[in-house]
Design a protein around this ligand. Structure first.
Ligand code: NAD
Length: 454
């Protein structure tokens, strides 16, 4: 059933020397069926990602060939996934795996289950993973996967079958040295255990390094489940620290109360910040002076949503984004801060826990008003940093303590923030532009140093 949009390598083709095969610039004749990624035609995450890259390329003075190479995924696989449902009927889903760049190491990126997943979204997310891994100096490229499915409508047994079939279809291009998956929206540690098991059974031995974010019993890492959220808090602390503030001085609103948003809200509360509003896809809640986050977590465990939390006022998801707080943390989906609402954002800092929550136009509007945006590729890199720690531990079969992981995570986040802030000051640009300059430059250097094959 697998249909590849670009040729899929055979299982014994590690293709290390072809990783840097620079695609021809569009003017010099991209193959007729190749997507024209450098010229997005619609607004959406891919348009945002491409516009960010174009800005960095212009500032760095790279030529059209380098731009095309960085704008075009190295490899894409497009698969059809038939599911036999529990009642005996069958359904078909579309899935993707995109490896945007592998110049600095194997592809790394999450697997998303959401009904609106399409290949352009996955391309954007894969590109952001390339920059994210480079900005925090991990030896990885960027990749992402997705299946257009609403996991809430399927049983665990059905989701297991979908996951195993998807894994089987993309098997030739994944592996601990090729492309390493992790959870994202709609997937979790159990999903990763199924991926790892399917891959391992087919290879004939246990290979924990093919995924990260897996359960502890099968080689997961302590601290992985909360790493993205801890990283968001470290990044926030560093950003507000530039203005002499500490977390105890700020009011925070968090959009999205899933794996990232819920722990982030909890850690913000622990650090003394007042978390005044949070939301999920069903709605939001607000309390002036701060919500009791541990009690809210218990409410969500009981009811499945933040809605109806005792002692809070209901709050519309859109209103949360324009609430009068100091720090706004979008931790749900992409494209929520747009040219429609950017002018009304009152927060002084937007810390992007989600990937791509701010459109390119909104980014410019926020910058004009002096709102500091800590960009996704920096702010939410804690997850991939501890994924890297998990992968290193799995490859060595030697596990670290939670304290070691948390300390190394904090060091890396602060080091990356400082490096980005330094470029921002030197180049007089926003943090996002600085993060992109740093990461695009690192990827381009790896590409140039390896050279072209043949
Ligand atoms: P999740 O599925 O666990 O949680 C998503 C949350 O967002 C849920 O509370 C959901 O109800 C809410 N939501 C969905 N649509 C919404 C909408 N339109 N308005 C408001 N809330 C909405 O996913 P997650 O793992 O927490 O990921 C959240 C974001 O963080 C995504 O952009 C993801 O790519 C990014 N991210 C996740 C990780 C990670 O380690 N999980 C790492 C880096 C980045």
């Amino acid at each position: 059933m697998a249909q590849t949009t670009t040729p899929s390598p055979s299982t014994d083709d590690p293709s290390p020397s072809t990783d840097d095969a620079t695609p021809a610039p569009p003017a010099a004749g991209v193959p007729a069926n190749a997507p024209d990624l450098a010229r997005p035609t619609h607004a959406g995450p891919l348009a945002t990602a491409q516009s960010q890259l174009a800005g960095a390329i212009e500032r760095l003075g790279y030529d059209a060939g380098m731009h095309a190479m960085l704008a075009t995924p190295r490899r894409e696989v497009n698969v059809a996934i038939p599911l036999r449902r529990d009642d005996g009927s069958t359904e078909l889903f579309h899935g993707f795996r995109v490896q945007h760049n592998v110049s600095r190491g194997p592809g790394k990126g999450g697997l998303r289950y959401h009904p609106s997943v399409d290949v352009d979204e996955v391309r954007a997310l894969a590109m952001w993973m390339t920059w994210k891994c480079a900005v925090v100096e991990l030896p990885y490229g960027g990749a992402k996967g997705g299946v257009a499915i609403d996991p809430r409508n399927y049983s665990q047994a059905e989701l297991e079958r979908v996951t195993r079939r998807y894994t089987s279809e993309i098997m030739p291009i994944i592996g601990p040295e090729r492309d390493i998956m992790a959870p994202d929206i709609g997937t979790d540690d159990q999903t990763m255990a199924w991926v790892m098991d399917t891959y391992s059974v087919n290879q004939g031995y246990t290979i924990p390094g093919v995924v990260t974010g897996k359960p502890l019993e099968v080689g997961g890492s302590l601290g992985r489940a909360t790493a993205t959220s801890r990283g968001v808090v470290h990044a926030t602390r560093a950003a507000i620290g530039e203005q002499g503030l500490s977390l105890a001085d700020v009011r925070v609103a968090v959009q999205g109360f899933g794996k990232v948003g819920s722990h982030a809200a909890d850690f913000f509360g622990d650090a003394g910040a007042r978390v005044e509003a949070v939301s999920d896809q069903y709605g939001g809640v607000y309390r002036s002076g701060g919500l009791d986050v541990p009690r809210l977590l218990a409410h969500v465990r009981e009811t499945g949503s933040v809605v109806g939390f005792a002692g809070s006022e209901p709050m519309d998801n859109a209103d949360l984004l324009t609430l009068d707080v100091d720090v706004l943390v979008p931790a749900a989906v992409e494209g929520v801060i747009t040219d429609v609402n950017a002018d009304q954002v009152k927060a002084r800092w937007v810390v992007e826990a989600a990937n791509g929550p701010t459109t390119a136009r909104a980014d410019a509007l926020l910058a004009e008003r002096g709102v500091v945006v800590v960009p996704d590729i920096l702010a939410n890199a804690g997850g991939v940093i501890v994924s890297y720690f998990e992968w290193v531990q799995a490859q060595q079969a030697y596990w670290w303590t939670e304290a070691e992981i948390e300390q190394r995570l904090e060091e890396r986040m602060i080091h990356a923030y400082d490096a980005v802030a330094q470029v921002a000051r030197r180049e007089k640009v926003a943090l996002r532009d600085a993060a992109l300059l740093l990461s695009v430059q690192r990827v381009a250097m790896a590409h140039k140093t390896r050279g072209l094959y043949p």
